[in-house]
Design a protein around this ligand. Sequence first.
Ligand SMILES: *Cc1c(COP(=O)(O)O)cnc(C)c1O
Length: 494
Amino acid sequence: MTSPTNRYPTIFELSVPGRKGVQYPKPDVPKAELPKAFLREELPLPELSAQEVIRHFTKLSQLNHSVDTGFYPLGSCTMKYNPKINEVTARLPGFAQIHPFQPAVTVQGALELMYKTQIWLGEISGFDAVSLQPAAGAHGELTGVLIIRAYHRSRGDVKRVKMLVPDSSHGTNPASSTMSGMQVVELPSDERGNVDLEALEAECNEMLAGLMITNPNTLGLFDENIQEVCQIVHQAGGLVYGDGANMNALLGISQPAKSGIDVMHFNLHKTFATPHGGGGPGSGPVGVTAELADFLPDPVVAITAEETQETVPFYELITPKQTIGRVKSFHGHFGVIVKAYTYMLSLGSNGLRKVSEHAVLNANYLQSLVKDTYHIPHEHLCMHEFVAEGQWEDAPGVIALDVAKRLMDFGFHPPTNYFPLIVHEALMIEPTETESKETIDAFADALLKIAEEAHDEPEKLREAPHNTPFGRFDEVKAAKDLILRTQLPEGYRK
Ligand SMILES: *Cc1c(COP(=O)(O)O)cnc(C)c1O
C-alpha cells in the first residue's frame, strides 16, 4: 500500500539518461539539413524503455476508478456498463472516416443511421421530431429553452420570460434557463417530493414562458402529478421542458410526451451507453411535439425521396422552417450517435424496457437493504436511484463525505454526495441495471459496516480513504488551480 501522502513519480523522475524505447529503422531517404529555425537547443524528454512507458501509463490509468474496474453508483450519472460492440461500430471506417462536407449521396448510410436514431428516440419518448445536434444534456436544455422562447416570440408573446424550476431539479436546469435569457423562479417540493401544486399555480401568469422539470427528479422519484403539472402550465400559456437525463427509469414504460411534456433532451451518454465522466464527447438530442418541430436546430435528417419499387429512400439534411439556428458545428457528435444506435439495435424494444425494469428493481432492492440504517427522507418506491442521508444523530462526528470516502476503501466509487441540495448530507445512489445482485449485496454490506464504524470508530471514517494511492484532496484547490502538465523536476537536464 502506498501511503496516502505519497506523490506518484512523474515520467521524468523515472527517466534514465541514455535509455531508449524506440528502435528507428535505417533511413531509406538521403540525409538532409533541417532548417535551423526548427531546431531547439534543448528538448527535455524522458528516457525510458518501451516497457517502462507502458507500465507507467497503465499504472496511472489504474489510479482512476472506472465502470470497467468496479461498481460506480454515482447518482444522476447512470454509470452503467457500456457494451464494447458500441466502440466497434463507431470505429467502422464507413462511419469514422467520412467528412461532414461530403455530398449526401456518398454518405447515405450515415444519414440513414441518424434518421433512424431520430425516429427511435421519438418512439421511445413519444415526441414527433428530434434533433441530434446538442453536445450534452445541459446543451439540450439550452436548445430546448431557446425553442420555447422562439415559439412564444413567433406568436408575438414577448412578455413570457419566466421559467419555473422545481427545487428537486438538476443543477443544470436553472443554469441553462438563465443562459437562455429567462428569469428563473424556484418552486418548492411537497412532502412526497412532488412539485408543490399551489406554489406552481401562484406563479402561473402572462409572464410564464414555461416550466423545466426533471422527471424522475433528483430524489429518484417520478412526479405523481406530472400530468396535472403540465396541464396547469399549458392553461397559463406556458410550455413544459422535460429534463430526460433520467430516461434510464422510463424506457418502454412511460413516454414523457404523453404526460404533457413539450420538449425534452436525452442523455445518450447516460441512458444509451456511451462512456462518460472523462469530459466527453457526449450527446444531448432534443425531442419536441409537432407544434415545435419547425423550431428545431438546423439541420435535421429527412427522407427527401421515398422508397419505390426500384429505389431505396434518399436521406438529406434539411433546415426546419423556423429554426433557432445551429447549436453545434456539423451534425452533433456523430460517433456517440452511432453508439446509441448500436445500443438500441442490439437490445430491441423489449431489451430497452428490461433495462429500465432492472434499473428500477436494482435501486429499490438496494434501498430496501439500507433503509433501516440510513435515513431516507422520501422513502417510497423509487425509480432508478434514491437519496439517503449520510449522518446519524447519535454519531455526531461523521458526515456524508466521510461515508463516501470510506466506501473507496471497500473498492467502490462513492455515490454522488451533497446533491440534491434539498436533502441534508445527501448520498445519491444509482446502482444501474447492469450490476449483479452479488455486487449490490456487497455494496449494501459495506454501507452497513460503515454505519457501524460511524458509531464505534468515527475517526476511521474521518481519515478515510486508507487503501487508495492518495488520501483526501483539497477538491476546491484541485479544481481552481488545475495543473494539467507534467512538471519537470528541479534541475532536470538543464
Ligand atoms: C447529467 C444530467 C444533466 C446534464 O447532462 P450533461 O450531459 O452532463 O450536460 C441534466 N439533468 C440531469 C437530471 C442529469 O442527470
